[in-house]
Ligand binder design. Sequence first.
Ligand SMILES: [Zn+2]
Length: 284
Amino acid sequence: MFHERQPATVAHALTVDVEDWFHVCGAEQAAGERSGQGRVLHTTALVLDLLRSCGVRGTFFVLGSVASRYPELAPRIVAAGHELASHGWSHRLVTELSPQEFGDELLQTADLLERQTGQRPWGFRAPRWSLSRQTTPWAFEILAQQGYRYDSSLTPLAMIGDPAGPRLPHRIETAAGTLWEIPPLVTATPLGNLPTGGGWGFRFFPLAMIRHTLQVHQRQGGPGVLFMHPRELDPDGPRLRLGLLREFATYGPQSSAAGRLAALMRSFSFRPLGEQVALWQTAS
Ligand SMILES: [Zn+2]
């Protein structure tokens, strides 16, 4: 019953934050980065294989420092037909950066990705959803100034975002122009929004709940934005010691991520966020 593809005008988005196994916010000074034992080329190849097997093109938010260390990575993503977007340079939270530092990171990442692939990113996602209308209101104007057309960082979740924020895509007007904000998928419940679009919630809550949420988004004008990290397809890869709760949120339960993604990618239509934004811009 889930095999029917939706009309081309309604499509969801599969997004990948391309970073290494040790890019977990607050823990990245760990030995991994210093030792240079990265696994991101291997794990990103697993993601590319999975998307190819499902016939889905996604959006890859690439960390500038990772693209710099592995110059072959971004061209591989583009060659496979996916959209390249920016995850900043250093993986520092936007709340820890000055406006100048934020702008410099954005520019450095976009310049590098363009040199490597000929494509300049349209989209941005902040490390750990650390963009906010309350704490970093200046960031949206800087994004628009630099030619970014959308952001996908405002999660309507307690603790890490604004639980009262919109669940659906919306426009943010800045002095430098309009930016589309496309939040990651959450499921609204009487107890609050649940993190079903990615991370531990995607692996933990019933798959039927995630399907239902995608259908609701579709009716309301979607897209539902799923997100993942390449390390999630690498269950035997190295892990950081983060304490019980953060280890669960970061790593567990792992085994179902690839199977669930494949099931959803075969049931629903997906398109890169940049193409979705271009359609909205044409329509408005
Ligand atoms: Zn990240």
